[in-house]
Write a protein of this length. Structure first.
Length: 294
């Protein structure tokens, strides 16, 4: 059996309920355990990703390839069943891509959060370790992802009734997202259920909701900038592949899923950093009593 790394809780909060198994030697965390400023919450996810670059590259690349193959397979099946109907093929591609995006975000969010949390315990997780850790909390993570999707759709639909209200809907959505921003890290790190994870997230983010909402909105802007070259690549490659229907579908689906893959890994690492930072702010997790060997 693998030894367990004992995780000391915050001052007055006892021992964290989820000890982390140590598949590799204990190492110092990549990011310091202390309250992080807004700019650090934007920058440090990339430091965490760089420290696990190979792991995240394999994880993201595998998810991307499997998702693209799944979308193309479903689209091809529907196209075959509808005798190559343009409308049938288009709707199949759209719906299959939406399903692929949902699954990719679910898998990447859970595994990335587990890998990031292990790093803070001085443990380097591989891809399989991250997937196993997320798999142990599969049910609450799936429920969290379902509610995440339904909330986003509901808020944006209400805000899209009038064009002028859409920016207000984004601000409203950012507030909603901020209050639940660290729910997944709570679910994985503290073995919480969905309801407990959401309640704990609201408790931790209390007093920093709007700064977290600003972080979420800023990340959306960064992802939009990243999407420009990602979508430029398919159009560039279409000059060589031509404008055949399946070539265009493959390039567009691949470009869109690439943006989703990269942005989800960045956002998930941000959730971990925000979780650690808010625990330091709210519970003094970064404070250690001299001589305490718990």
């Amino acid at each position: 059996m693998r030894p367990a790394v004992e995780t000391v809780g915050a001052v007055g909060a006892g021992v964290d309920p989820a000890p982390v198994p140590a598949p590799v030697p204990h190492m110092p965390p990549t990011v310091p355990i202390r309250p992080l400023r807004f700019r650090e919450l934007l920058d440090e996810p990339f430091a965490l990703i760089q420290a696990h670059l190979r792991t995240f590259a394999v994880l993201g690349g595998s998810a991307l390839v499997l998702a693209v193959l799944g979308v193309l397979g479903l689209t091809g099946l529907v196209s075959h069943l509808t005798d190559g109907s343009d409308a049938g093929t288009a709707w199949a591609a759209i719906l299959a891509t939406a399903a692929g995006v949902w699954l990719v975000r679910l898998v990447l969010r859970g595994a990335t959060v587990a890998i990031g949390l292990a790093d803070f315990h001085g443990v380097r997780y591989g891809v399989l370790d991250g997937l196993r850790a997320a798999g142990r909390r599969a049910m609450p993570l799936v429920i969290a992802q379902i509610m995440f999707t339904l909330t986003g759709i509901g808020v944006l639909l209400l805000g899209s009734v009038l064009v002028i209200t859409f920016p207000l809907a984004l601000i409203w959505l950012s507030h909603v997202r901020a209050r639940r921003f660290v729910a997944e890290p709570v679910i994985v790190a503290e073995q919480a259920g969905f309801g407990g994870g959401v309640a704990r997230s609201k408790e931790l983010v209390h007093g920093g909701v709007w700064s977290t909402a600003g972080l979420w909105l800023t990340q959306r802007c960064i992802f939009a900038v990243l999407a420009v070259p990602a979508f430029g690549i398919p159009f560039f490659l279409s000059d060589f592949s031509g404008t055949h229907r399946w070539a265009v579908i493959t390039l567009l689906v691949g470009g869109f899923l690439l943006v989703v893959t990269v942005s989800e890994i960045v956002e998930a690492t941000s959730r971990v950093l925000c979780y650690i930072s808010r625990r330091c702010v709210r519970e003094g997790m970064d404070i250690r009593i001299p001589g305490d060997r718990r």
